[in-house]
Each structure stands twice: as C-alpha cells, then as structure tokens.
Write a protein that binds this ligand. Structure first.
Ligand code: LLP
Length: 441
C-alpha cells in the first residue's frame, strides 16, 4: 500500500525524473536529498531546472502552433530569482511583473525589457516611472485613477506609455475566494458594468501620452476549468468590438491572464497546458479578427509549482495517546503560508531512506509559535525519527515568494538542480542578516 502511494506521488507530483536511489534516498535532478541537506542545510527549496523547462515548453509549443502571434509571460509573483528568470527567458517567455523588484530581478536574469509587463492594483508612482524608464513592453492599467497617474508620468517623457487595460469580466472561476479575481466584487480591474472600462478606453484613446494597445482579463488562480477562459475572453472581445465602433479602439494585444491549475496530489486532474492554450486560441481564432491581435498568456504556478520541492528536517515528535501525533519540522508557515491561508493540502514523503513498515496518520507541524502552523494534517507516513528528511512536492509556487521572517527566523536557501549537480540560487538568511536591518540607538 505505502509503496504505491510513494510511487504515485513520486511519478505525478514530484519534479520530472525524481526517483529513489539504491539506498532508497530520494534524488532530485539526480542529486540525493541527504547531500543537498548536508551541503545547504534545511529547510531547503530545491528547484529542478528540467521541470521548469518542460513546463515552459508545454505552453510555448502549442501556443506557437495554434496562434503564432503570441507571447507567454511567466508570472514572476509565483517565484522568481535571476536564475529562474534566465531559465524561462531562454525558453522564450517574457515576464509578468508586479513590482519594480520583480522587474529588476527579471532584467538581472537577462529578460528583455520589451518582453516584460507590469501589473498591479496600486502600482507606486516611482514603480511606474521606473517601468517607463526601463522600457517595459506594457503597463497593464488597473483603474481610472491609475490611468490618470500613468498619463501624467508619461506626459513628462519622450514616448507615449504602452498600456493595456485590465477589465473585470464578471466571470467566476471555482477557486478559493482569496485567489479569485475575475468577479465583479474584486479590488482588481476596471468593471464593465459600471462604465469604468469604457471611460478608460475613451480617455486613453484621446491621450497623446498613452498608447492603448489592448485589453486584459484574469479569472483567478489554480483554475481547473476551461470554460472561464472562453467566457472571459469572449466578454473582452465583445467589449473590444464595441470600443472599436464607439472609440476607434484598435485591438493589438489581448490577454486572458494566467491561473492554470496544477496537481498537488496524485488525485488532482487539472487540464493539460495544451488544453488551456487550445481553448484560448480557438476562442480568439473563432472571431476571425483582421488584423488579428497578439495573444499574451501569463502562467505562473503552472510553470514553477512542480519544479520546486521543500526539504525539511524532522525534530520533535509528540505523541498524544488516543488523540494525534505531531511531527514538527524546521520550517512551516513562514516558508509555506498556503495551508494556513487557503487550507491548501499537500503530500509529503520520507526522503532520506526507503519507507519501511506500516504507515500511520500524523500531523506535520511547523516550528513557528502559532497553533495554526500546520503543514500537513493527517498525512500517511511511515515511522519517523528525529533527523529524518521530509520532502514536500509541488512547493515551487507561492511558497518562497510569500515567505516571511516570522519569529525572526531567516528565510530558507534555494538551490537549482540539473543533471546531478546543484547550485545555490539564494543563500539562507541568517540571524545577522535580520539583525542588520534594525536601527539601534
Ligand atoms: N496574471 C495575473 C493578472 C495574476 O493576477 C496572476 C496571479 C497570474 C497571472 C498568475 O497566476 P498563476 O498562473 O500563478 O495561477 N498566492 C496564491 C495565488 C495568487 C495568484 C495571484 N495572481 C496561491 O498561493 O494560491
């Protein structure tokens, strides 16, 4: 029983090519996890380069075939550093950034400025100025207020700001409330119904400081359905047609955003990348637009989630007879807030040795001072002892990206593995690093 469990999680949720070596030790990208833990310490986030590349290709190849005038943008908010930016850039993706920090990191990884877009519901004036001066490809304007701000900042510069407008299509995707963004009651985007979206088109069309290139919509994140993409894009295209007639809009770019769902458990069954691409391309092609706009998509989680594995070291094991056994590890909610914030469920495998004997349900808790700091509830695991390594797969997206220094614990290191070798991509934050930020006296 436990072997099948182990095998399914290894084959379907861990990075491509993950396997147990002759000792029974998990190897990621050909590197045994005990070596990784020894060299870099734990908790450790291990990224497998081949899996990132495979996921990039899973989107780029069908997109290039179905709709050549297109660009896939990696949503850097899911997880980015210069190494990841360089890998996705070399696979032909651009970058969807939401801050000057993400733009700088993308540039540091070699991304071309014109293949970067800037999103956000409250971009700071200095971030907009930075983006304009860096020459990013598009600023995705989120509100009327922001349109006026971008217009002002662009008016003081030589060239008009290339902008797209983010429309709230009123399409609900079935995902967690906190990560659903396409509905009318959302802090994101220009609602169609209130007339805000049309007012923005009208203003942008009239402004010499703005070059309105197109429209954007995003339905949510960790979406397992195809229909919301067709629906949202259909609404955007109807609106674009209306705006062409009323305000002379030339639709040169269009985007249905990102949000493509991924597997956290062998039982999850999200559509393939190619299926998301197909429904989007078909919806657009069915309109027979002439000239046809460029299509932009923004996958984040679906590029990076599977590539990342969290490695934790087991510490205290507390058995409460007849109640529950808590297995505490050296990380927790500060490096993975998703269970506490969204009720997200994960799998874990004993990673430093072959699982033996019967499994039983234990609760894997973090090290932070909060009862809600639980990573896995009722996880079926073999007998564990202090010093064992636990590996949590599908940890690549929105873990390190959302990490905090709660309890003044430094954030984990990250490494990238490829072909049996590992390299450090972010060093572990130390107590000294944290202390250095304080001003004393
Ligand atoms: N484009 C836009 C405009 C977005 O707002 C997002 C995500 C994406 C693309 C990328 O979505 P993805 O392909 O990664 O699902 N922290 C949450 C997810 C927040 C998503 C925010 N926006 C989580 O851990 O589930």
């Amino acid at each position: 029983m436990h072997d099948m469990n182990d095998a399914a999680v290894l084959a379907d949720v861990f990075p491509l090519g993950s396997r147990r070596d002759a000792r029974g030790t998990l190897a990621l990208g050909g590197v045994p996890v005990d070596e990784l833990a020894e060299t870099y310490g734990t908790p450790l986030y291990v990224y497998d380069e081949a899996t990132i590349r495979a996921q990039c290709r899973a989107f780029v190849q069908p997109l290039a075939r179905a709709y050549p005038n297109s660009l896939a943008l990696y949503a850097a908010k899911a997880h980015v550093d210069p190494t990841v930016a360089a890998v996705v850039t070399s696979e032909g993706l651009g970058i969807d950034a939401v801050s000057s920090g993400e733009i700088r990191t993308a540039l540091a990884g070699g991304a071309a400025a014109e293949r970067i877009v800037l999103h956000g519901n409250n971009k700071l004036p200095r971030e907009i100025e930075y983006a304009l001066d860096a020459g990013v490809g598009r600023i995705i304007v989120d509100s009327l207020d922001e349109l006026a701000l971008v217009e002002d900042l662009a008016a003081a510069r030589a060239r008009p700001a290339p902008v797209m407008l983010r429309i709230t299509p009123g399409v609900e995707a079935h995902t967690h409330d906190y990560i659903r963004t396409g509905a009318v009651d959302s802090k994101f985007g220009l609602p169609l119904a209130s007339g805000a979206a049309e007012a923005a088109v009208e203003r942008a069309q009239r402004s010499p400081a703005l070059d309105l290139t197109g429209l954007h919509a995003h339905v949510g994140s960790q979406v397992f359905e195809l229909a919301p993409y067709a629906d949202a894009l259909g609404i955007v295209l109807d609106f674009a047609d209306d705006m062409r007639q009323r305000h002379g809009l030339r639709l040169r770019d269009v985007s249905p955003g990102g949000g493509f769902g991924v597997r956290y458990d062998p039982g999850d069954d999200p559509p393939a990348a190619a299926a998301f691409v197909a429904v989007i391309a078909e919806t657009l092609l069915a309109r027979g637009l002439d000239p046809a706009p460029r299509l932009l998509i923004e996958p984040g989680r679906s590029i990076i989630a599977r590539a990342g594995t969290a490695l934790y070291r087991v510490g205290v094991i507390k058995e409460i007879p007849g109640v529950r056994t808590y297995v505490s590890v050296d990380g927790g909610m500060a490096d993975n807030i998703r269970p506490a914030l969204y009720g997200a469920r994960y799998r874990a495998l004993l990673a430093n040795r072959a699982p033996q004997g019967p499994q039983r349900a234990v609760t894997v808790a973090g090290r932070y001072c909060e009862s809600g700091d639980v990573l896995l509830r009722d996880a079926e695991l073999p007998e564990l002892r202090r010093g064992d390594l636990l590996a949590v797969p599908a940890a690549g997206a929105y873990h390190m990206a959302m990490a905090s220094t709660y309890n003044l614990v430094g954030r984990p290191a990250t490494v990238m593995v490829r072909g049996g070798a590992a390299r450090l991509t972010r060093r572990r934050e130390t107590d000294e690093d944290l202390l250095a930020a304080f001003c004393v006296g």
